[in-house]
Ligand binder design. Structure first.
Ligand code: GRF
Length: 216
C-alpha cells in the first residue's frame, strides 16, 4: 500500500479527481494546504481524509515555510507527494527532499507556457492546440520529466474560461492516471527529462487526445 499526501491551495478539483479515482494499492494519507480557507480541505475532511494547514503567512521566508511543510508531510510518511493546484514556489531543498516522488500538474503543454495565466497566453499566442501536463518536479519551475500530457483543440470562439474548462476536464483524467502509474511502480525516469511508462503500449497512452465534439 502506498501513502499519498496531496497539497492544495484552493478549489482542489484535481485532488478530488484523484480521491474519487481511488487507485487500488494507494491510500490518501492527508491533504495539506498553505491556505486555511482552501475549498479543497472541506472535500477532504468530508471524505474522512486527515487535513492539515501550514499557513505560509506564519513564516518569515520560503525556507522556513518549506521546512514546516516538509515536517507536516513527513509526519504521514508518504511514498508520493502530489501538488494539485499548490500555488507556492518551492525551494530547491524541498524539491530535492522528494526527488522522484513529487508530481505536479500544469495547465499547458509544457515546455510551452510555464508560469501563470496559461490559457490567456495560449489564446494570445494563437496556438491551435493547448492542454495539460503532469510532470515530476525538479528545482526549475514547471520543468521536470513529463509523465503524461493531454491535448485539447483551441476553438475559434474560445475565451479564457471555455478553454480553461476544456483543459481542466482533461486534467481530471490524466492526473489520476499518472498517480496510478506511480502507485504501480511503472514510472521510470530516464536521463534528465524522459519518463518511460512500463508496459505503456499495452495500456493507456501517456498522450491523451480526447475526441473533438464541438469544433465550430
Ligand atoms: C489547475 O488548473 C492546475 O493545473 C493548476 O492549478 C489549477 C488547480 O485547480 N496547477 P484545482 O485546485 O485542482 O481545482
Amino acid at each position: 500500500m502506498k501513502s499519498i499526501v496531496i497539497l492544495v491551495s484552493g478549489r482542489g478539483s484535481n485532488m478530488e479527481a484523484i480521491v474519487r479515482a481511488a487507485s487500488p494499492g494507494a491510500r490518501i494519507a492527508a491533504v495539506i494546504s498553505n491556505r486555511p480557507d482552501a475549498q479543497g480541505l472541506q472535500f477532504a475532511a468530508a471524505h474522512g481524509i486527515p487535513t492539515a494547514v501550514v499557513d505560509h503567512k506564519a513564516y518569515p521566508d520560503r525556507a522556513a515555510f518549506d521546512a514546516a511543510l516538509a515536517e507536516a508531510i513527513d509526519g504521514f510518511a508518504p511514498q508520493l507527494v502530489v501538488l494539485a493546484g499548490f500555488m507556492r514556489v518551492l525551494t530547491d531543498d524541498f524539491v530535492r527532499r522528494y526527488d522522484g516522488r513529487l508530481l505536479n500538474i500544469h495547465p499547458s503543454l509544457l515546455p510551452s507556457f510555464p508560469g501563470l495565466h496559461t490559457h490567456r497566453r495560449a489564446l494570445e499566442a494563437g496556438v491551435r492546440v493547448h492542454g495539460a501536463t503532469v510532470h515530476f518536479v525538479t528545482p526549475a519551475l514547471d520543468c521536470g520529466p513529463v509523465v503524461i500530457q493531454a491535448v485539447v483543440p483551441v476553438l475559434a470562439d474560445d475565451d479564457e474560461a471555455r478553454l480553461a474548462a476544456r483543459v481542466l476536464a482533461e486534467e481530471h483524467r490524466i492526473y489520476p492516471q499518472a498517480v496510478r502509474w506511480f502507485v504501480e511502480d511503472r514510472l521510470l525516469i530516464e536521463g534528465a527529462n524522459r519518463v518511460r511508462v512500463r508496459d505503456e503500449a499495452t495500456t493507456t497512452s501517456a498522450l491523451v487526445v480526447p475526441p473533438v465534439e464541438c469544433v465550430s
